[in-house]
Design a protein around this ligand. Structure first.
Ligand SMILES: [Zn+2]
Length: 411
């Protein structure tokens, strides 16, 4: 454990009790510090880079750096028809990537400078686990740093730079920080493929924009290589991703719930687990050509936090994604209110952890442990619950959560 926790039980006027875990900013214990201080991460975001067009660029040898990180298919936009559904726009997309949550938690529903992320960000979770860690957010599309203005104001992002749509500025500032800076986490965001996509659609220019970004990814990787010569003990996770695809047939737009707009990718410099490498081929929800059997953009923040050695606390876990390295959690975890509103049906899928128990938490309190093979649990003790309820399923110390809002219209 890297911190001290105090559990407070609070009785509410609504007749139920919930538990709040207070985390004290104690430094990590020596063994954690030894193991993880040298773990650092570079998260590279490329706006609006459509998966098939990236594959095309890779086949034409126009994206060798990203190709070297083995991009695998993933999805954005939440699950349509549920509270997690969000537009395939950049504001919601980057906020999902940087928080591990969907719009029902992060509350950034569209592209607007005024929205403020409401979920604990990657930056905040890293700094709270270890205040000595340093973080950077260097963005071409300034709105990202506006959506995370609270994180900047509260000191969770140490170095925040807006490059105002100049991708070379991002490449230069991030390269400098990687080679000479003190950041443990660098987020670098490029925007050219999205800008070119809006202007020209799928075209030679779009493919050239992908190539241009790949060059800049190469610039960052070279800076990291030079840094490693003087810091050979450091262990850098490098992850490249995008925030949304593009609408067919011409690729000019995005925002809707179509397969091409929802399809994204995640590329890693580490061996990934089956959440990324082996999609579930028969998800309960077969929408968008079984897209929900793939990893999602909500998996990125949990993956980075796992690399930093931050052990999740099930009782206060509130992220919708799973780590893409290490042990597998409860894949396809979902929480649905039954039609008669008398029970909540929790389900999960996948066979990676077949003989493991699944521990179920509701609002921070463990309510059950069931065999993984049951693929679900029914919570029929919900009469007293009202408003947002956070369910968490834990396998092998890996939690994943879903929020469900219970109304007052129950019979
Ligand atoms: Zn766009």
């Amino acid at each position: 454990m890297s911190h001290t926790h105090i559990a407070l039980s609070i009785a509410t006027g609504l007749g139920f009790t919930f538990t709040v875990m207070l985390s004290h900013a104690a430094p990590p214990d020596t063994s954690d510090a030894q193991n993880y201080k040298s773990h650092k991460a570079l998260l590279i975001g490329v706006d609006g880079m459509q998966y098939e067009k990236l594959q095309q660029a890779i086949q034409n040898n126009m994206a060798p750096h990203i190709a070297g990180l083995n991009p695998a298919k993933s999805y954005i936009g939440g699950i349509d028809g549920t509270a997690t559904e969000q537009t395939t726009g950049s504001g919601p997309g980057w906020t999902t990537i940087l928080t591990g949550t969907w719009v029902d938690r992060h509350k950034v529903p569209s592209n607007n400078n005024a929205w403020r992320n409401k979920a604990p960000s990657l930056f905040k979770q890293l700094k709270q686990a270890d205040p000595e860690r340093k973080t950077s957010s260097i963005v071409s599309w300034n709105t990202i740093n506006n959506n995370f203005a609270d994180d900047i104001a509260q000191g969770f992002i140490d170095l925040a730079i807006k490059c105002s749509d100049v991708d070379q500025c991002v490449a230069d500032k991030a390269s400098y920080e990687l080679e000479y800076g003190r950041s443990d986490l660098v987020f670098a965001h490029f925007d050219e493929p999205d800008n070119v996509g809006h202007r020209y659609g799928f075209s030679t220019r779009y493919q050239t924009a992908i190539q241009g970004v790949d060059d800049k990814v190469g610039q960052l990787l070279s800076a990291l290589k030079r840094r490693k010569q003087s810091n050979p003990d450091e262990d850098w996770l490098v992850l490249v991703t995008t925030d949304h695809g593009r609408r067919l047939p011409d690729g000019r737009n995005h925002g809707a719930q179509t397969l091409s707009e929802k399809t994204t990718f995640i590329a890693l410099n580490k061996p990934a687990n089956e959440q990324l490498t082996r999609p579930i081929t028969n998800p309960d929800n077969p929408g968008h050509d079984n897209l929900y059997g793939f990893a999602s953009q909500a998996d990125i923040t949990p993956t980075l936090l796992a690399h930093f050695g931050i052990e999740p606390v099930p009782a206060r876990h509130a992220m919708d994604g799973l780590p893409l390295t290490g042990p597998l959690g409860a894949r396809l975890f979902s929480a649905r209110l039954a039609p008669d509103a008398a029970q909540v049906n929790l389900t999960w899928n996948g066979d990676g952890s077949a003989d493991k128990p699944v521990h179920i938490y509701r609002n921070g309190k463990q309510i059950a442990s069931v065999d993984y093979s049951r693929r679900g649990y029914i919570d029929n003790d919900i009469k007293e619950l009202k408003g947002p309820v956070n369910y968490t399923a834990v396998i092998d110390k890996v939690p994943v959560s879903r929020l469900i809002t219970l109304g007052d219209k129950k019979p």
